[in-house]
Design a protein around this ligand. Structure first.
Ligand SMILES: Nc1ncnc2c1ncn2[C@@H]1O[C@H](COP(=O)(O)OP(=O)(O)O)[C@@H](O)[C@H]1O
Ligand SMILES: O=P(O)(O)OC[C@H](O)CO
Length: 515
């Protein structure tokens, strides 16, 4: 292991990628190539307008099925499953799970990061003394997005959750800690951990110490004796995450854990300050490596942890989070039947030359970075008798690109540096039209790697580093370099600026709808 001259590729690392709409398990070789995979879409629950839930047990079962499917795929290629040395986990962040600490049974559905039921609660929290000091402790602004509001809502509205809290039996976790806990067999082993990239999304973790902060827990009026929080441990660790307790990979250690956006930064090898990646999945998230010290944004961005691979190998990031990206495409497919699948949306958008004056503010969950407008909702401007579905499709794709432009503007102000190029990945980055539009709007090249499972690769890297499949980050330099597509700006800058100004006008007009 760890010998770069060994090209047998008989050493593999597995990666659980638990995203918002689907779960995947991928198996990577030492060259960072995926050799086997399995993916399952799971059910989305929308019990009321603005509510979004997942069934925590369905998530576990989707992970188990994906592991089984991918391992079968590997074995069909003539490889032994024993050559899988470790498993990494990467996951949708902020999504909140509560369970009974003694039995391991969930007490409610997982409340998903996009859910806006906490809007009124968050407004009240913003009035509380000390609210203006939170971001400089944890890096996040108060909004419906982090886990904390979801936990407070559950305590206020779900008697089972409140009861468990009063009895000191309440376990709170993000998807990573739920997966680690259950895959280790639940209450028997009680492996209850999280990594700093996930914990930094709860609002309970201090960004400097990478540990829970009493000031934060006090502000939210929680009694730390009544709620069990997962222990925060580094993102790559040989022991802390335990091992798979059952299934085809029983006994294989879990040695890596990263929130999905951090994992994508790692998978894109954004290891040096000044490098950035943008992942166009359900939402879209731009992470910019700021180095070994946290940066607290003054322009609507989030301070977060890029990865924690131990002393001397710990990086922070500035993040721009967009709530709705691929989900707007899915909306056009599922709710409005514009085309039969997401992969066809560019085709429809290409039937027109431009957006025909249409701007779609896709604020289904309000607007996140850098605007933080909680009372905006999806609004289409500029419809005339001339408008057809192609214009709306185009305006939908452009909405994510405009928000990315706004985030880059904020990032330049926070960091005083201009980005040279933007590395991209995620489902929506498959659209050439979207990526060209992105390059045109930000006026810098957009670089799309050939292998776009960078999120899963990042978790595999975290896991592989812990067990010596890779000895250092330097070994990964050549991974996923070949076959990159570069989109260079083609639109004149003046036209690009004019389009962006219209977008900004539409954003201001979308305020106040859900007041
Ligand atoms: N060719 C495409 N063009 C535009 N959007 C796409 C395309 N392919 C997938 N998507 C969108 O990408 C999203 C899925 O991306 P993925 O990275 O798998 O997301 P997640 O990890 O959040 O589940 C879906 O919302 C889908 O609508
Ligand atoms: O499911 P994704 O890929 O859009 O990512 C979800 C994010 O982690 C939410 O913060």
């Amino acid at each position: 292991m760890g010998d770069p001259t060994d090209d047998s590729h008989e050493t593999f690392v597995g990666s659980i990628d638990q995203g918002t709409t689907s779960t995947r398990f991928l198996i990577f070789n030492r060259s960072g190539e995926p050799v086997a995979s399995h993916q399952i879409e799971f059910k989305q629950y929308y019990p009321q307008s603005g509510w979004h839930e997942h069934d925590p047990l369905e998530i576990i079962s989707s992970v188990e099925q994906c592991i089984e499917g991918a391992v079968k795929d590997l074995e069909n290629q003539g490889h032994a499953k024993a050559s899988i040395k470790a498993v990494g986990i990467t996951n949708q962040r902020e999504t909140t799970v509560v369970w009974n600490h003694e039995t391991g049974e969930p007490l409610y559905n997982a409340i998903v990061w996009t859910d806006t039921r906490t809007q009124a609660l968050v407004r009240k929290l913003k009035q509380r003394l000390g609210a203006d000091k939170l971001q400089e402790l944890c890096g996040l602004p108060l909004s419906t997005y982090p886990s904390v509001g979801k936990l407070l809502w559950l305590l206020a509205n779900e008697p089972k959750v409140k009861d468990a809290y009063e009895k000191g039996n309440l376990a709170f976790g993000t998807i990573d800690s739920w997966l680690v806990y259950r895959l280790n067999g639940g209450p028997n082993k009680n492996v209850f951990v999280s990594d700093p990239t996930n914990a930094s999304r709860t609002m309970f973790m201090n960004l400097r110490t990478l540990d829970y902060d009493d000031q934060l827990i006090d502000f939210f009026r929680l009694d730390p004796r009544k709620v069990h929080f997962p222990k925060i441990t580094r993102s790559s660790d040989r022991e802390a995450y335990g091992r798979l307790e059952s299934g085809v990979l029983k006994g294989v250690p879990i040695t890596g854990c990263l929130g999905d956006q951090s994992a994508a930064l790692v998978g894109q090898k954004g290891f040096s300050p000044g490098l950035a990646k943008n992942t166009y999945g359900t939402g879209c998230f731009l992470l910019y490596n700021v180095g070994e010290k946290p940066v607290f944004s003054s322009h609507g961005l989030l301070g977060t942890v890029a990865y924690d691979f131990g002393e001397g190998n710990r990086m922070y990031a500035l993040e721009g989070s967009i709530a709705v990206a691929g989900s707007s495409v899915k909306f056009l497919v599922d709710n409005w039947g514009f085309v039969e699948s997401s992969s066809r949306i560019s085709q429809l958008a290409s039937t027109v030359e431009d957006n025909g004056g249409v701007v779609f503010v896709t604020a289904f969950s309000g607007l996140f970075a850098p605007y933080w407008i909680d009372d905006a909702r999806g609004t289409i401007y500029g419809i005339t008798a001339y408008t057809n579905r192609g214009h709306v499709a185009r305006a939908t794709l452009e909405a994510t690109c405009f928000q990315t432009k706004a985030i880059l503007n904020a990032m330049e102000k926070d960091s005083s540096r201009k980005l040279a190029a933007l590395a991209v990945d995620g489902g929506m980055s498959n659209s050439d039209l979207t990526m060209q539009t992105q390059a045109d709007l930000i006026q810098i090249p957009v670089l799309r790697p050939q292998m776009r499972e960078t999120t899963a690769l990042g978790a595999a890297i975290a896991a592989g580093l812990a067990v010596g499949v890779w000895e250092s980050l330097d070994e990964l330099k050549s991974v996923n370099v070949e076959g990159r597509t570069d989109f260079t700006p083609r639109m004149p800058e003046a036209k690009s600026r004019e389009m962006f100004e219209r977008w900004e006008k539409a954003v201001q007009m979308s305020r106040g709808w859900s007041a």
